[in-house]
Design a protein around this ligand. Structure first.
Ligand SMILES: *Cc1c(COP(=O)(O)O)cnc(C)c1O
Length: 398
């Protein structure tokens, strides 16, 4: 612990079992990327040439015609949308977010307008797009999309995420078919997906990824796809992309990350994660009021998580109070609690350093023993969670 940089600078040494969260520093950066970033930081480079090299690696891994690195997947949404609106018109690029001419409608299914920490539709608007929401939250039919396409339609955005509604909507193949029938390009937000090829293979014109999620790269975004559209997105670096720029270290870091991804021992990592899940299951099975289920990733990434269902009557604590106790404890453990009002949270095994799985198991057992031993049920009102969610943020930096 003593050589942990976090404790040296007064930060809590958190253990992340929630996934690749921006608010927790995204992911463990792979050693290849760290080495690459260190090697290029003292040197000058011609950035467009470095991005050309990145394009080669991105092309090889994604099957796209071209690609580049930007600040984040979120930036990628804005840049790709902007590119679809402006094309190569340099004056139009400078004028964004004002749009001339006004061909800026961007179709997106209502069930895809989610928040990944910021709203999807804002990413579209930042790029000069006017989001046109098609269908309803839980249903999009072909006619919704077909009849929304007109002369002002610049692109259509499709979001792949555990956050989106996962039934009743158009799947990517249908979405692409309808868009392409009228010459509309499709931009896929695949920020948190393992498969770097499938969306372009299914006809997407642009696929966007985060460099800092499963890939384990530096904070960054990857834009890949049709060469003209990638170029038009890249040209935005002379406009709105300036505030979303990446330095040489991130570009080169992503290149190294992608090369490491090609060689990664994916099945070995899966096996290790399965070991963690089994350990947690052993720890939790048979405890009163606790059900531990190993479940596959909702968007089919090759990853399982553990769903921990907490029955307050028998466990003597609610799922959210348990999550809170783990977060406040020592060391602090952050669980995946997006759906905690349904009395469960998840444990995500993919961001652990060896040995941390045991700490997680021990802390779970400790808190559950403590709750069981208490005479009353630890149950703060769920409404307090939403009431106080942003208290800390609104007080920042104090
Ligand atoms: C994480 C995420 C984003 C944002 O990605 P960043 O690279 O962190 O900007 C966008 N869309 C989806 C679906 C995400 O999961």
């Amino acid at each position: 612990m003593s050589d942990d940089i976090r404790t040296k600078i007064g930060l809590r040494p958190i253990i992340n079992v929630s996934g690749t969260m921006t608010g927790l520093g995204a992911s463990i950066v792979v050693p290849e990327a760290i080495a690459a970033m260190t090697s290029i930081l003292p040197q000058f480079v011609e950035i467009n040439d470095l991005q050309r090299k990145a394009s080669e690696v991105i092309t090889r891994l994604t099957g796209g015609e071209a690609g580049f690195v930007t600040a984040s997947c979120s930036a990628g949404i804005s840049l790709a949308v902007a590119g679809a609106i402006t094309g190569p018109n340099l004056l139009a690029i400078e004028k964004l977010p004002d749009v001339t001419p006004e061909r800026n409608e961007i179709l997106v299914q209502m069930g895809h307008v989610v928040s990944y920490g910021a709203p999807v539709d804002q990413g579209i608007r930042l790029g000069g797009g006017k989001p046109i929401l098609i269908g309803q939250a839980t249903s999009t039919h072909r006619y919704h999309m077909e009849q929304a396409i007109n002369d002002k339609t610049a692109a259509a955005v499709y979001v792949v995420s555990h956050h989106v509604v996962d039934y009743g909507l158009l799947n990517l193949k249908e979405f692409v078919e309808i868009a392409h029938a009228k010459g509309v390009p499709v931009i896929v937000d695949a920020a948190s997906e393992y498969d770097l090829q499938i969306f372009l293979a299914q006809g997407a014109d642009i696929a966007l990824y985060s460099g800092h999620k499963f890939l384990g790269g530096p904070t960054s975004g990857i834009v890949a796809g049709r060469k003209d559209l990638v170029r038009h997105a890249y040209l935005q670096n002379m406009g709105i992309g300036r505030g979303m720029k990446v330095g040489k270290e991130s570009i080169f870091g992503v290149m190294a990350t992608l090369e490491a991804w090609e060689k990664r021992d994916h099945s070995g990592i899966r096996e290790r994660e399965t070991g963690y899940l089994n350990l947690w299951k052993q720890t939790l099975d048979g405890r009163p009021g606790i059900t531990a289920l190993i479940e596959p990733d909702p968007t089919n990434n090759p990853l399982d998580r553990m769903r921990v269902i907490v029955s307050p009557q028998e466990a003597h604590i609610t799922a959210w109070d348990l999550a809170g106790a783990l977060r406040k404890g020592s060391p602090p453990i952050i669980v995946r609690d997006h759906e905690v009002e349904h009395h469960y949270f998840y444990l995500d095994p993919c961001n652990l350093h060896p040995g941390q799985e045991t700490i997680v198991a021990n802390r779970l057992a400790e808190e559950l023993d403590k709750a069981r031993a208490s005479n009353e049920i630890i149950a703060s009102p769920i409404e307090d969670l939403s009431r106080h969610r942003f208290d800390g943020m609104l007080r920042w930096p104090d």
